[in-house]
Design a protein around this ligand. Sequence first.
Ligand code: SF4
Length: 249
Amino acid sequence: MGAEFTDEEEDLFNQTGEAVLRRLRKTRNPGDLLALLRSEHKRFDRAYAAAPIAARDSVACRAGCDACCHVPVGVQAHEVLIAAEFIQKNFSPEELDSVIARTAAHRAAFANKDNRERSELRTPCPMLKAGSCTIYESRPEACRSHHSHSAAACGLNLDPTREEIDVFVPGVRGRMFAVMLGIDQAVAEAGFDGQAYDFGSALHEALTDSMGAIRWMRREPAFPESCWEEVPGSLDDDAGVIRAEGFFQ
Ligand code: SF4
C-alpha cells in the first residue's frame, strides 16, 4: 500500500483510516453510518488545502469543464448509497425519473463490456447535466480526488483513439489518493462491502431497489454482480476490491 506513497502521504493514509475506523466503531445506530461517511468527505478539502501552493496553483480544473466526467467511475458501495440518498432527498419526482432512465441506459451500455471497452465509449456520467455535476456535494471519492494540470489535455483525452496524456498534478494526487484509500480501507476494516462497483450501474440499482442500503448496513454485498466495476469472470474481476487486512488500530 505504502510503496506508491511518500512518507507524508502514508501518514495521511494511516491517520485517515484510523480516525474513520474509530468513528465507525463508535456509531451504534446503523442509520447514522452513511451520514458519518458523508461528513468524512471534508477530509478531501483539508488534504487539498494542505498541499503545496505551487501544486495547487498548477491545477487547471474549473467549473464547466467536464471531460473527466466521460470515463467510467469506480466506487465503493457507501459512495453509491450517499449519492442515492442525496438524489432522493433533493431531486423532484420528475428529475428522479430522469436519473433512473439515464442510469438504466448507462447500465445497459456497460453490460458485458470490459474496462477498456467501457472507457472507449466516453459516455457522459448519468449525473452530468449541462457541463455540471448534479450531485456535486455528494459526488464519489474518485471525482473529489481528480485534478488536472491541463484542461486542453483533458479535452484531447476524450478521443479514445489517441494515446492518453497524463494530467495528474504531483503534490496533489498522492494526498487525495491517501484520503480516498484511507476512508475505503477503514470501511472494509469495519466489515462493510469492499467490492468495486461501476458508479452509474450501481446507482441505478440503488435508486430502484432500497434493499441495497439494508444489505450494506448488514455488512453484506450491497449490489449484484451486474454492477461490478470489472465484468465477473474477467481476469481483473478482483481489481479495486478492498479487503480487511488489519491496517489500523
Ligand atoms: S458524479 Fe459528478 S463529478 Fe463524478 S463523474 Fe459524475 S458528473 Fe462528474
